[in-house]
Design a binder for this molecule. Sequence first.
Ligand SMILES: Cc1cc2nc3c(=O)[nH]c(=O)nc-3n(C[C@H](O)[C@H](O)[C@H](O)COP(=O)(O)OP(=O)(O)OC[C@H]3O[C@@H](n4cnc5c(N)ncnc54)[C@H](O)[C@@H]3O)c2cc1C
Length: 424
Amino acid sequence: MLGLTLALRCADQGFKVTLFESAQEIGGLASVWQIGDLTWDRHYHVTLLSDLHTRRIARDLGIEDEFEWVETKTGFYTDGRLVSMSNTLEFLSFPPLDLISKFRLGMTILYASKVSDWRKLEQIPVEKWLTRLSGKRTFEKIWKPLLRAKLGEAYRDSSAAFIWASIQRMYAARHSGMKKEMFGYIRGGYKRLLNRFEEVLSEKGVEIKLGSRIVSIEPEESGKVKVIEPESIRHFDQVVLTCSATVASRLVPGLEPDEIKRLSGVRYQGIVCASMLLKRPISEYYVTNITDETPFTGIIEMSALVDRSEFGGLSLVYLPKYIAPDDKMFEQSDEEIREHFLSGVETMYPAFDRGDVVGFKVSKVREVFPIPVLNYSQMVPEIRTSIPNLFVINSSQITNGTLNVNETVQIAERAFHSVLIEIE
Ligand SMILES: Cc1cc2nc3c(=O)[nH]c(=O)nc-3n(C[C@H](O)[C@H](O)[C@H](O)COP(=O)(O)OP(=O)(O)OC[C@H]3O[C@@H](n4cnc5c(N)ncnc54)[C@H](O)[C@@H]3O)c2cc1C
């Protein structure tokens, strides 16, 4: 999405653009795949009403009116029970916390939504900040499982800016959606958005090279930049790398040692994310947060958001497990993961029947988003590199937000206006 956005903006500015993508299709983390007869997002994707950058891209691609906006429900699986947590009343009757703890939890969220100086929060460990505001019991019972669900054990090294950014995003959704959680999707899913991207970029003369894995980038005496694929070499006036920071560190051996250290020092979180296609729904919740120990760290029931007619009447459920890039789970076969995950679903939903599973597919990605460690913004790799006309722009430069398409597009737009536009 970052590379596609940049390509669009650069082409509009009159640059002649070539886009290299190592996969056989565009989209990266937001790409689509086939499960059963259905083509849908490889990873669950939702757009919030407040995602103005994503919506502007959709508008520029001529598809903003293809969004559906839906009010969704949220569930919580805690102490072996699935409860609804979709409104204030349900929050007040939430079983695992007493009234005072609930009050402190509510105040923590309200307080976080009002804080504007995230740089101070970056210096405070998230555990310390949340325990101080919500109390030890609420931290252990609610916050810790939620933090571990996304950050694994790295939550211990993470700053309070992470939870601040997550709360800010959810608050923005509620405010722009008439105080309700209005979530959106494009009819046809990301397939529709990516198809439009491909069409519009081609119309604007962008050359899209699929299955083109860059293996090295080298400066030339002329000031041009050499882009090396296994079987070809091309020369460009400017090059922007939009792959992960660690990949960028390996691709450009000519960078200064300090730059390589910064790029390779970004610590990523990975994911194993299963897509499960079912004959019937398992719940009414788009998101089910889990505070018990289960094989996955959350449940996203896409068909609680997206009209099931998009899925031929079936239900689509994602089972994500965020893990460190060196986690042993990456070595497990898809069959092992399927067995492990399905047994977890059976425990959580006694009415679940394996016979209802008509498709199951596993996605594994070792580098999804950088762990928001203490003082992260001071470690961020620079956009300009020591090599003239070579730039690095990627999600590691998101300093006060969580990873989502809106932030990704924003990073691309900001870099385009602040750096790239000058090089005309
Ligand atoms: C499980 C999951 C759920 C998500 N849910 C949401 C959501 O609900 N809402 C939302 O807005 N966002 C969501 N996101 C985030 C969203 O997908 C990302 O913000 C966005 O896709 C990041 O785009 P990117 O271009 O920065 O990175 P990437 O998508 O990682 O793109 C990098 C590209 O570089 C290519 N590449 C790497 N190395 C090379 C090489 N050597 N040569 C050529 N090409 C190379 C890769 O193939 C890839 O296509 C989710 C992500 C995940 C994983």
